[in-house]
Design a protein around this ligand. Structure first.
Ligand SMILES: [Zn+2]
Ligand SMILES: [Zn+2]
Length: 248
């Protein structure tokens, strides 16, 4: 509904498997050489995401990788194979640590960084790696990489004119959803807040094309297309005080 199909499919959706394709024992634990808990926790989440791990374990990426130099998919493939084949031991994810400032140039070795920020940059770097060699692709075809099919979805923003009821829709891709949790008691309630209509008026008035003037309107975000794996980020820091919200 409302969205054109992608002209080009980069990764066949039927090849993505949500269940583990091989029986997996828990892989290696990750050592923390200093302020690396944000990085280790994100790597562990990605390592145990079956559709991503299945693909990386197959070794298929590296066989056909066109990249010279830095490639986040090659790095993740190497890490996941090593971690899942080292059951009962521990390791330092050196290849990832060495590429820290290629993953995000603002990350500094040895500094405490934000896990959500690191996840965002890592998934985006994997997405860029999947798009290497097809730079002038339309947005909708870009969302057919394996990474985007697993983690990406589409949000619809619908603005309804309160004078004439005309609707105006726009779509954007997302790789995760950030939820305000300060005033909510559960993830479900936070998701309900996320899709709650918001009134646009006063300084935030909306230009309605049917009325041809600035009008009060109602704006509502909804999830148009769900990803296979939905990533939720609970916003646990208060902007004003910088305090951590301790509810989990
Ligand atoms: Zn690669
Ligand atoms: Zn109107």
């Amino acid at each position: 509904e409302g969205m054109a199909p992608a002209p080009r499919i980069l990764f066949p959706p039927e090849k993505i498997c949500m269940e583990w394709q091989q029986q997996q024992a828990a892989g290696a634990g990750l050592c923390n050489p200093g302020n690396m808990c944000y990085l280790n926790s994100v790597l562990q989440c990605l390592t145990y995401t079956p559709p991503l791990a299945n693909y990386l374990l197959s070794g298929e990426h590296r066989q056909s990788c066109p990249q010279q130099g830095f490639c986040m998919m090659c790095i993740m493939e190497g890490h996941v194979i090593r971690a899942l084949c080292s059951s009962g031991s521990d390791l330092v994810p050196l290849t990832v640590i060495r590429s820290l400032n290629r993953i995000g140039e603002h990350f500094e070795l040895g500094m405490q960084e934000d896990a959500h920020d690191f996840l965002r940059c890592t998934v985006e770097a994997m997405q860029s790696a999947c798009l290497s060699g097809c730079s002038d692709l339309d947005t909708s075809s870009q969302s057919t990489t394996i990474v985007h099919q697993i983690f990406g979805g589409f949000l619809r923003s619908r603005v309804t004119c309160l004078s004439c009821s005309a609707v105006s829709d726009s779509y954007e891709t997302f790789l995760d959803v950030s939820l305000e949790i300060e005033a909510t008691s559960s993830v479900t309630a936070a998701l309900e807040d996320f899709v709650k209509p918001e009134q646009l008026d006063g300084e935030n008035c909306f230009r309605c094309h049917s009325c041809d003037k600035m009008v009060a309107a109602s704006k509502r975000l909804t999830v148009q297309c769900l990803p296979m794996v939905l990533t939720l980020c609970l916003k646990r820091f208060q902007y004003l005080t910088g305090q951590k919200i301790s509810k989990v």
